[in-house]
Design a protein around this ligand. Structure first.
Ligand code: GBH
Length: 488
């Protein structure tokens, strides 16, 4: 666990750099129907047989709803100065709608969590939406498929959060990975609300249209919430507001082939610029998407475009891995949302995209992360807040000394933070202001259930109290950031 490879990087990160862990309410809280909480689409999903690979639900998850004080104390021993959590909409407004009642017990929970963080010198970053829309809104009008009905409900929910927490929360994120929400939920149909064109999997849905409609709703409603915050709250609360986008690095399969280079750029645009161009660059979708999707891609009205462009005060970035991308010679499938490309694990020379984790899509590829930081910074010219990055590791099944000494994860962080991120700042001049590791503890990894362990803390899910066991990577990150961050 030495810092050999980063010796030359002492103090390269700004003295006010934020580092800590990111989590999501539905993955950690448990208490799914306690203290007045309404059910979310993820409660429904977890309770539907056959949806989650290990058959589990998030009913208890890691019980952070009860153990948040102990968790903050543990986090403090990990040396963090910030924590990114999400608020469960259905705890705040159980039925979700703009005329539905507020649940004071839900408010109380987040208020106590925020106080506990601040008492411990940990800066709260709050995400309003990390995929858990109240089920009642899905039932009432189809959730985000209905932009006009949905938008006032999301705006009112955000208003309640700003009113009740904004005196203490100064970093707001409207949406976590709007692209993953829509693609996994409405294109692949493997996440809630489980809609797609594929009838063997989902009873309803249309993968060729719905993902683009839902994405449009997310962008426009984000725009309204951001405007409200900046007009009504920011002048006295003095916080900032933005959105967090997902994105992996797309590397050409054959780096010499202009068609593969173009395919990789197109893949980045479909994955990232779909959201980032409207918000940071043009107020519209990328031309490559319009060319392939035509009228299936919604159009921004002039008013929407103006609202969305400039609506995020920083670039919230989640990234995990790299893929090789090869051009196709056949026309795009109606359900394609990746830019009509082939995705590969190896490039033309047979070089793999990275070392395998315990999660099929995720391979350790720090160099791709550095390239992506550069690509985003160059295209969008915004300060970057890395809001998620992390990994699973093979063989983490019990809290044995070997497993807790998680060298694979340590090596992952050494590469992604110690090499890629710190060098992107020092040598490439990228403006990076935070790093949140995914994640604090093992948790409920959505449709993968409890099998994919992303935590820097091992959880014994069999035990009643979901016992926590620190992994060495948590202490490594502490040492690493102490070294990298400039002293004030
Ligand atoms: C993030 O999504 C989420 O914000 C977080 O909640 C989650 O726990 C974390 O990452 C780890 O997964 O199975 O081949 O169809 C990351 C983006 C998008 C990655 C969906 C996995 C499914 C690929 N994820 N993707 S596949």
């Amino acid at each position: 666990m030495d810092l050999q490879s980063v010796q030359d990087l002492k103090g390269v990160l700004r003295s006010d750099f934020y580092h800590g862990y990111a989590t999501a309410a539905a993955q950690i809280e448990g208490a799914w129907n306690k203290d007045g909480k309404g059910i979310s689409i993820w409660d429904t999903f977890g309770h539907t047989p056959g949806k989650v690979s290990d058959g589990s639900t998030a009913d208890d998850a890691v019980r952070s709803y009860e153990f948040y004080r102990e968790d903050v104390a543990l986090m403090k021993t990990y040396g963090v100065n910030a924590y990114r959590f999400s608020i469960a909409w259905s705890r705040i407004i159980p039925l979700g709608g703009c005329d539905d009642p507020v649940n004071e017990q839900g408010i109380q929970y987040y208020s106590s969590l925020i106080d506990e963080l601040i008492r411990n010198g940990i800066t709260p970053f709050a995400t309003l939406f990390h995929w858990d829309i109240p089920q009642a809104l899905e039932d009432r009008y189809g959730g985000m498929l209905n932009q006009n009905a949905y938008t006032p409900d999301f705006v009112r929910y955000a208003r309640v959060c700003f009113e009740r927490f904004g005196d203490r929360v100064k970093h707001w994120i409207t949406y976590n990975e709007p692209g993953v929400y829509t693609l996994a939920g409405y294109a692949a149909g493997v996440h809630a609300p489980a809609r797609s064109s594929f009838r063997e999997r989902n009873a309803e849905g249309d993968s060729s249209t719905e993902p683009f409609i839902v994405a449009h709703t997310e962008l426009v409603s984000h725009g309204y919430v951001s405007r409200m915050y900046r007009e009504e709250f920011q002048p006295h609360q003095k916080g900032s507001i933005g959105i967090t986008l997902h994105g992996n690095w797309s590397e050409p399969w054959d780096e010499e082939d202009p068609l593969d280079q173009a395919a990789a750029e197109r893949a980045r645009e479909f994955e990232i610029s779909w959201f980032a161009d409207p918000v940071y660059k043009t107020g519209d979708y990328p031309a490559s998407m319009r060319a392939q999707l035509g009228d299936r891609l919604p159009r921004f009205t002039a008013e929407e475009s103006k609202l969305v462009l400039g609506s995020s005060e920083f670039y919230g970035m989640n990234s995990y891995t790299t893929f090789f991308v090869k051009h196709k010679t056949t026309p795009p499938d109606i359900n394609d949302h990746k830019g009509n490309v082939e995705i590969h694990d190896e490039n033309r020379h047979g070089i793999p995209r990275g070392e395998e984790s315990d999660t099929p899509w995720l391979r350790a590829a720090p160099e791709g992360f550095r390239k992506l930081l550069n690509w985003i910074y160059k295209r969008y010219q915004m300060p970057i807040y890395v809001t998620e990055n992390g990994t699973t590791a093979k063989g983490e099944v019990a809290p044995t000394p070997d497993v807790l000494d998680d060298q694979f994860r340590i090596k992952f962080f050494e590469g992604y933070v110690g090499s890629a991120l710190a060098r992107a700042v020092k040598e490439d001049g990228v403006d990076i202001r935070s790093y949140f590791a995914w994640t604090f503890t093992d948790n409920w990894e959505w449709a993968a259930g409890y099998s994919d362990r992303f935590g820097c803390t091992f959880i014994d899910f069999e035990s009643e109290e979901k016992k926590r066991y620190p992994k060495q990577s948590a202490y490594y990150l502490d040492k690493l950031f102490t070294h990298l961050i400039r002293e004030a």
